[in-house]
Design a protein around this ligand. Structure first.
Ligand code: FE2
Ligand code: FE2
Length: 259
């Protein structure tokens, strides 16, 4: 059965450089057919630039999802409109650039569609993720196999996962940057995890430097939160895709230290 590696929030340029160095080896080691990654924190922790999009694609990332930071770099709008391998959240306003679904093509040419939605609990207001997903799943073709649920609240993510059980192959959480240990196959066959964790500098605060955050908290004087460096770890999930059932055979939580 083909294998999908999904990576959580890619933070910063250093992580992209490390992915460029190591992804081919990781793909071979685990027999990976597709790599899909959430890259909403690529551009210095917020958004993604067109150059970073191309670098990730060249490094072997087949498909890219985004989250609440999707449009922080406005120059990505053109890429979102033109490229079929990157999507912004499906429940953004209807006039947002790009689409709410995209595709990843394996080296052997097999296509896997994916989508992403934002949660609404403890997050900025967006359209209803349930209705957005219903619309996307009603498409006669290009039906997403993977749903990235980019949300803060665990309860909202679990609810989305159970609601999607049996309708898609995998429902994988991002946004909190911290992995949860609840990975498994839901009763109707969908692979699920509340959050896969981030791909980025593991020493720091969710990818930012401890010493750039603490003074703002202690004094109330705002200062930029700088992206941390070093100790890059890729967090994600490895999923066996069952093309016959359209569901998943297994899910394994991944934590790949790159140094
Ligand atoms: Fe993030
Ligand atoms: Fe996010």
């Amino acid at each position: 059965m083909p294998v999908l590696l999904f990576l959580g929030d890619i933070v910063g340029q250093e992580t992209i450089d490390m992915i460029t160095l190591h992804l081919a080896r990781i793909r071979t080691e685990w027999g990976i057919d597709w790599v899909v990654a959430n890259a909403e924190n690529a551009a210095n922790g917020s958004g993604i630039t067109p150059a970073q999009f191309r670098k990730l694609r060249d490094a072997g990332i087949d498909g890219i999802t985004l989250g609440d930071h999707a449009l922080r770099k406005r120059e990505i709008a053109k890429i979102l409109d033109q490229e079929s391998t990157i999507c912004r959240p499906a429940n953004f306003p209807p006039d947002a650039p790009g689409r709410g679904w995209a595709m990843a093509k394996s080296p052997s040419g097999e296509v896997l569609y994916f989508t992403a939605v934002l949660g609404r609990t403890f997050m900025k207001p967006v359209d209803c993720p349930f209705r957005a997903l219903d619309l996307i799943l009603a498409q006669p073709v290009q039906n997403p196999w993977l749903v990235d649920i980019h949300a803060e609240a665990t309860g909202e993510k679990v609810l989305l996962g159970q609601w999607l059980d049996g309708r898609v192959g995998a429902v994988l959480g991002t946004h909190t940057h911290i992995a949860t240990s609840d990975e498994g196959i839901l009763p109707k066959g969908t692979a699920y995890i509340t959050d896969v964790g981030m791909s980025g500098p593991s020493i720091g605060v969710l990818g930012r430097r401890f010493d750039s955050i603490l003074p703002s908290v202690l004094t109330g004087v705002q200062q930029p939160f700088e992206v941390a460096r070093g100790n890059i770890v890729l967090c994600g999930a490895l999923i066996e895709v069952n093309r016959i059932s359209g569901l998943a055979d297994s899910i394994k939580r991944m934590r790949i230290p790159l140094g």
